[in-house]
Design a protein around this ligand. Structure first.
Ligand code: PEP
Ligand code: MG
Length: 889
């Protein structure tokens, strides 16, 4: 026998979200704890799956089950569906496991028809009210049920008829249209539907119900629902349930009303009821903004008895669910009804405060509190935000690469941004580039925010943005940047010129025209308390990716337990070092020049490392030797070629540009990511890494001699064959021994490698003989496992995800089946030869909650991420240890 398809509300409970959907399960739960819920039933999500599996057919057996349920409602309401003398009216609403607000369809006032409407009026009901309800039913049912059969049908056509009628009558307010006029409008609606599509509006209530149920199932796959699920990562296969419920009316007069409320403030978490309501209105009036709703506090003055009951209901629901609830209610003739409750969506700040308060109130345990906050929500606690309630105009959307909000004037080159921005003239600037290279770093750091046309979530712009907490929108293909003319154009032709104010919402990937008020993040006491609890449960370490003492200090303040990746090359980009590096590259094959340049750089780097060790105060630091191809230190080849050509053509002096161009040409590689970089660079030009090793250990020695502690872990990048590691390590060990002898202090250093080349993972047992630790470089490991360029993949990854070729962007969240398999193999092999090998991850995934949970599962000792993501990683690691995360979408 088929499974039970229909559940009366009293037959279900809150544990049945999979089967009854979130709304259905909670309606059942509220019914069973005695709250005033209008009677009804839920058609299960399994029926939705069946509907699609059978080519959009409602299963035969469903009707009998629905009839039995309707009979039950009729008995409790003392009314009958379709009976003109005493009609039962129904609402039909969607309700999937995870709430998808406004994405699917709803039909209200079902059961009205010509005869029932007339009879209700004859029996004394308000004519205006009855025909307004009937009008809405005709419009809603036609829109959701029949537009699929005839695309010409839409809500707007009906709305236009109503609008035209009001224009003809010379009124603007719906309430000024009389009952007689609305009755005529209903007839016009029905005729309009027939003329447009040949469809007779169904007068039979059962037919209306069948059409409405099917329409809700179909709306599971409308465009906006699909887009919403993709964004929220909700599985397409779970389907929606349908809730059929006796209607209650908030628009029958001044003793009626409707509203939505949260049991606590969803924006800041304060413990008071927070919401809005409207008297004499239906839910959609509130949503449509036709009338301005009143704050819920007014209800207390307006109707104290109802407010007291509502307040009591809020407390019952919080006590019962032990969480903040989002409640929809209707007041019909001074009687309160609860139509929905669900765990309320909240900001990060509110989530933390509510979790901490609920522990203090004795409602939940600390462990439960730690699972209540989705790690990503902490982003909002930490970064500047657009002041809540601000209205703004979004002109383009891109990838939310660096969270936070920023506002400033658009500037199209890094040099000018550095001149005008932070550290320069102190103006607020937004750096706009087609893409960014390390060359742009100075400008990026001087900017409030960065906007790029190209580049994905691990593009340079995104990486730097997250590392430094710069709000960034990357890969914004909806704009076209014209750096020469210093302007960009949006896809609808809007031109933004240098100097125009723009704003970015890096958390949402929005590009906004004009200025918006931006507020700084507030680190509240609750946040500290909450993170302390997370650490009590966490078993995996959290380190940071940081390259300067300032960033290290910032990360430690946010709870980092060491540095997991110091990208030493970033130190070469600073203003005072760049010319030295460029000079070295210009004459790279001349050993003398190389040595002279390196001797100067040694001075800088020693001081850098000393500062980092001092900031770490005994915590370990994994310092990676130079990794990127050398051309990254030179200007962009294409731009430079054009510049030299222009200078030559106009007879202007070319100066040093010619030499730089030659060097850039000789360093140019077809695929630089697979070229002369990482340990290959250390093998071809050993002096660079010898200098770096010396600088690291001398910096450490300085700290130790000053009475501090320093724990350097020297990391060799891009190893694919054990022999690469052997060669580099042997050369560096000689330097290390020499430095230790010269300095005359013990330095507890170790040598390890990144695992970021697939062959490195496959031969991890050979490599582990030489390496004291592994750090998974999952940016490169993803790039090389998939063969996807991390800088160019945004062009196809978006369609890949949209077409479900991939479940998500593998540069964002670890591809556990492929890249993860390599990691797991590497761990197993390495542990065979070195059981206590220290294992970490320093790719961008180290701060992404799902990846962090995966790293816990496969037994890594620590994850390492940008300073701003440290709290996120701490929380995700704690949730992984507890075995549970914030469940509600
Ligand atoms: C990596 O490849 O994951 C990594 C951390 O190194 P980078 O991003 O600097 O190449
Ligand atoms: Mg790498």
């Amino acid at each position: 026998m088929a499974n039970k398809r229909v559940y009366l509300f009293r037959e279900g409970d809150k544990s049945q979200r999979d089967l009854l959907g979130g709304k259905g399960a909670n309606l059942a739960e509220m019914t069973n704890i005695g709250l005033p819920v209008p009677p009804g039933f839920t058609i299960t999500t399994e029926v939705c799956t069946e509907y699609y599996a059978t080519g959009k057919q409602l299963p035969e057996g469903l009707y009998a089950e629905m009839e039995a349920a309707i009979t039950d409602i009729e008995a409790s309401e003392g009314k009958k569906l379709g009976d003109p003398t005493n009609p039962l009216l129904l609402s039909v609403r969607s309700g999937a496991k995870f709430s998808m607000p406004g994405m699917m369809d709803t039909v209200l006032n079902l059961g009205l028809n010509d005869e029932v409407a007339a009879a209700m009026v004859a029996a004394g009901a308000d004519k205006r009210f009855i025909y307004d309800s009937y009008r809405r039913l005709i419009m809603m049912l036609s829109d959701v049920a029949f537009s699929d059969k005839n695309h010409a049908i839409s809500k707007h056509g009906f709305e236009k008829l109503f609008y035209d009628l009001k224009a003809k009558l010379g009124v603007s307010n719906d309430l000024d249209v009389t009952g007689d006029q609305l009755e005529q409008l209903c007839m016009d609606y029905i005729k309009y539907l027939k003329d447009l599509s040949g469809i007779d509006f169904p007068q039979d209530s059962r037919v209306q119900l069948k059409e409405a149920v099917e329409a809700v199932f179909r709306s599971w796959n409308n465009d906006r629902a699909i887009i919403y699920r993709r964004r929220e990562k909700i599985d397409d296969a779970i389907g929606t349930a349908v809730n059929v419920q006796a209607m209650v009316f908030g628009n029958m007069g001044d003793d009626c009303g409707t509203g939505v409320a949260f049991t606590r403030n969803a924006a800041n978490g304060e413990n008071h009821v927070f919401g809005e309501y409207l008297m004499n209105a239906q839910g959609e009036d509130v949503v449509a903004g036709v009338r301005t709703p009143m704050p819920i506090s007014e209800l207390e003055a307006q109707n104290p008895a109802i407010y007291a009951e509502f307040d009591k209901t809020c407390k019952i629901l919080e006590d019962h669910y032990k969480d903040m609830q989002d409640i929809e209610f209707t007041i019909e003739r001074n009687k309160l009804y609860i139509l929905q409750c669900r765990s309320g969506k909240r900001t990060g700040t509110a989530a933390v405060k509510i979790a901490v308060d609920m522990v203090a109130e004795g409602r939940i345990s600390k462990q439960e509190a730690v699972t209540r906050v989705a790690p990503d929500l902490l982003n909002q606690v930490l970064l500047p935000v657009i002041a809540p309630g601000t209205k703004y105009e979004t002109i383009a959307k891109g990838l939310p690469a660096g969270p936070g909000a920023a506002t400033g004037i658009a500037i199209f080159d890094a040099h000018r941004a550095a001149e005008l921005g932070k550290g320069g003239q102190g103006q607020r600037v937004i750096l706009v580039r087609a893409d960014t290279s390390p060359d742009d770093l100075g400008g990026m750091l001087a900017a409030q925010g960065v906007l790029t046309e190209r580049g994905g979530m691990t593009s340079h712009a995104a990486l730097v943005a997250r590392g430094f907490g710069i709000p960034t929108v990357a890969g914004c293909s909806e704009i076209s940047v014209d750096a020469t003319n210093r302007q960009f154009t949006t896809k609808d032709g809007r031109v933004v010129k240098e100097g125009d104010f723009i704003s970015l919402n890096g958390t949402q990937g929005e590009v906004i025209i004009g200025q918006v008020p931006v507020e700084d993040a507030k680190m509240t006491g609750d946040f500290g308390t909450f993170m302390g609890w997370a650490d009590e449960f966490r078993t995996m370490g959290v380190r940071t990716n940081a390259d300067t003492p300032g960033d290290v200090a910032k990360a430690i303040a946010l709870g980092a337990e060491g540095v997991g990746l110091c990208r030493t090359e970033h130190m070469f980009f600073e203003e005072d070092r760049r010319p030295i590096v460029v000079n070295m590259i210009l004459d790279i094959d001349n050993a003398e020049t190389r040595k002279a340049a390196l001797a100067k750089l040694l001075e800088f780097q020693r001081e850098d490392f000393r500062g980092i060790f001092a900031a770490l105060n005994g915590l370990p630091a994994t310092i990676r030797l130079i990794d990127p191809p050398l051309h990254e230190f030179l200007p962009n080849l294409v731009e430079l070629t054009a510049e030299v050509a222009t200078l030559e053509a106009t007879g202007k002096p070319v100066g040093d540009k010619e030499r730089i161009l030659k060097a850039a040409e000789s360093m140019h590689e077809i695929n630089p990511m697979l070229g002369l970089r990482g340990c290959r660079l250390s093998i071809v030009y050993p002096e660079i890494v010898e200098m770096q090793t010396r600088a690291i250990l001398e910096g450490a020695a300085a700290v130790i001699k000053a009475g501090g502690k320093a724990v350097p872990e020297i990391m060799i990048p891009l190893v694919g064959h054990v022999n690469e590691l052997k060669v580099v390590k042997a050369a560096l060990e000689a330097t290390a021994k020499a430095v230790v002898e010269e300095q005359g202090v013990e330095i507890p250093y170790s040598f390890g490698t990144m695992i970021e080349v697939p062959r490195g993972a496959l031969t991890a047992d050979e490599i582990a003989v030489e390496a004291e630790f592994f750090s998974f470089g999952t940016n490169d490991l993803t790039q090389m496992t998939f063969g996807f360029s991390r800088d160019d993949s945004d062009k196809f990854l978006k369609p890949y995800v949209e077409q479900k070729i991939l479940p998500g962007d593998p540069f964002e969240s670890i591809d556990q089946t492929g890249v993860g398999l390599l990691m797991e193999m590497a761990i197993e092999k390495a542990k065979k030869v070195r059981p206590n090998i220290k294992l970490g991850i320093c790719g961008e995934h180290g701060g992404e909650p799902e990846s962090v949970k995966y790293c816990h599962k496969i037994g890594l000792n620590y994850v390492s991420c940008s300073p701003f993501r440290v709290p996120i990683a701490r929380l995700a690691a704690a949730q992984a240890a507890i075995g549970k995360g914030a469940a509600d979408k």
